[in-house]
Design a protein around this ligand. Structure first.
Ligand SMILES: Nc1nc2c(c(=O)[nH]1)N[C@H]1C(S)=C(S)[C@@H](COP(=O)(O)O)O[C@H]1N2
Ligand SMILES: [Mo]
Length: 216
């Protein structure tokens, strides 16, 4: 037997990458799939600050600013020209509902951010939205395979109430980190609280560690 299989062999590395990626798979069954304190819903609740801005694609823009070599300001056509991705994820909202098997289409944040040439100091992002909402997360989390700048849900364009024409979707964090009607992405050299984070919510928000509030 190969009990001396090297730690860094190609095979071991590949398997390890699969295992790490498996953290974000949604194919798990049973209690493992539902984070602590959550319950499953079949509908898709709408949560916002009381306004659902109408954002026409004709005037839509997405800005990438802050610690980047090449600031970007894309119109809808430029955004549509980026490579498309599809993925399935579970939603976990801090208000305790979880919704399984959401099929999304959109653009991976990393496929956009690579064009902006982030500076090495950039460690976090602030997402800001057309309704004035903001939320913060580590750049690394925003660049994961699971994250999306989502334009479609279950095969249809994202409706206005759920953040259409485009929203962030970061399924491994509580859903308040997934800014609807996304308008801007600012790269920062440290963490800074967004709207809910200033109002008692956790700076990171991992549903599996039940990081709901800043006191957790
Ligand atoms: N722009 C914006 N994005 C937002 C919010 C908001 O009020 N404004 N609410 C957040 C919260 S608290 C949640 S739980 C989810 C809700 O998304 P949904 O309405 O599509 O379920 O959006 C998040 N993104
Ligand atoms: Mo939420």
């Amino acid at each position: 037997m190969q009990d001396d299989l090297p730690e860094d062999s190609k095979l071991t590395r590949t398997k390890r990458q699969w295992a790490e990626a498996g953290k974000f798979l949604t194919g798990r069954t049973g209690v493992d799939r539902l984070p602590p304190g959550q319950h499953q819903v079949q509908n898709w609740p709408v949560l916002d600050l009381g306004s659902q801005p109408h954002v026409a694609t004709a005037t839509w823009r997405l800005d990438v600013t802050g610690l980047v070599e090449t600031p970007l300001s894309l119109d809808w056509a430029a955004f549509e020209a980026l490579p498309k991705a599809e993925l399935r994820s579970d939603i976990h909202c801090v208000t305790t509902w979880s919704r399984y098997d959401n099929d999304w289409q959109g653009v991976h944040p990393r496929d956009l951010l690579v064009m902006a040439n982030p500076l090495t100091e950039a460690s976090h992002v602030m997402l800001s939205s057309f309704d004035g909402y903001t939320t913060n997360l580590p750049l690394e989390d925003f660049l994961t395979d699971g994250a999306l700048l989502a334009t479609h849900w279950q095969g249809r364009p994202l409706t206005q109430d759920h953040g259409g024409p485009m929203r962030a979707m970061v399924p491994h964090l509580y859903f308040w980190k997934s800014a609807k009607w996304l308008r801007g992405i600012e790269l920062m050299s440290g963490d800074r609280p967004g709207f809910w984070e200033r109002n008692g919510y956790h700076m990171y928000g991992d549903p599996w560690r039940e990081q709901r509030y800043s006191t957790d």
